[in-house]
Design a protein around this ligand. Sequence first.
Ligand code: NDP
Length: 285
Amino acid sequence: MAEVIDGRAIARALDEQTKAEVEAFVAAGKNRPGLTVILVGDDPASEVYVRHKVKACERVGMRSTEHRLPAKTTQKELLGLIDRVNASEHVHGILVQVPLPDHIDERAVIDAIDPAKDVDGFHPVNVGRLSTGTGGIWPCTPFGCIKLLHSVEPDLTGLDALVIGRSNIVGKPVAMMLIAEGCTVTVAHSKTRNLPEKARQADIIVAAVGIPELVKGDWVKEGAIVIDVGINRTPGKDGKDKLVGDVAYDEVQHARAVTPVPGGVGPMTIAVLLANTVQAAKALH
Ligand code: NDP
């Protein structure tokens, strides 16, 4: 049986560490680390994510502020708010919840965030820092994947890694991080030929596609580590929606270790967001 990588437990341990760092920071007389979340419009899924993030801040003793703006907010108004939170000494992390309404240019908004407060790690300065190996703030979900890999294998040097997916938020940054870890990295996408064959060569597979159970048992070599980023809703036998990943979990039990869905990568994203905010607070002071 493959080891189950328990993302919930690893995220809890990271939260404990973040909480201790928050208290040490405050005890040293500095402003309590604070995260600002900006939500434009009333997308129900975004509402849930924002609520989770605010609750998570409370859990680790961090300040959180929420800015809920109506869907008709103009880009100029949103950029004005970002200017103000960029300048606030109580705000160390800024997160703009996506998707934004169609009339707002998401790229312009991300570019306006002070890179030192860009705790999502999507600003071009942070993307550049990651890809040049010069620090910066790293995006939460990919960084969470690396932490999960480290829980199984602290030294990834020399391993062959296959990343399936090349999005800016998961595939590309996780590939950059694996390169920094000393892996030999292949990045696959919808145009890749012979994907199962490539997968069978890999010591590490990170699947970030969005296709339920794309990665089959015979794609995975014995002893590989499998990180499943996918979150897909499919109809269960009882008629209710159930969550499945991009990996056929039951078929990969000959792997060394695998992340479940839910309970694998998902819980890491917010834990890394909080950890990034404390690191940002330290760097800003
Ligand atoms: P995107 O849709 O932006 O990217 C999907 C990638 O998969 C693309 O690069 C695409 O290739 C590639 N792809 C599509 N079909 C195939 C195929 N048949 N074979 C190989 N590659 C393929 O998705 P995201 O990166 O945003 O998200 C990926 C998954 O991860 C989703 O299920 C999402 O819900 C989940 N997710 C989970 C998070 C978490 O916290 N756990 C956070 C973020 C995402 P191409 O570029 O050629 O189109």
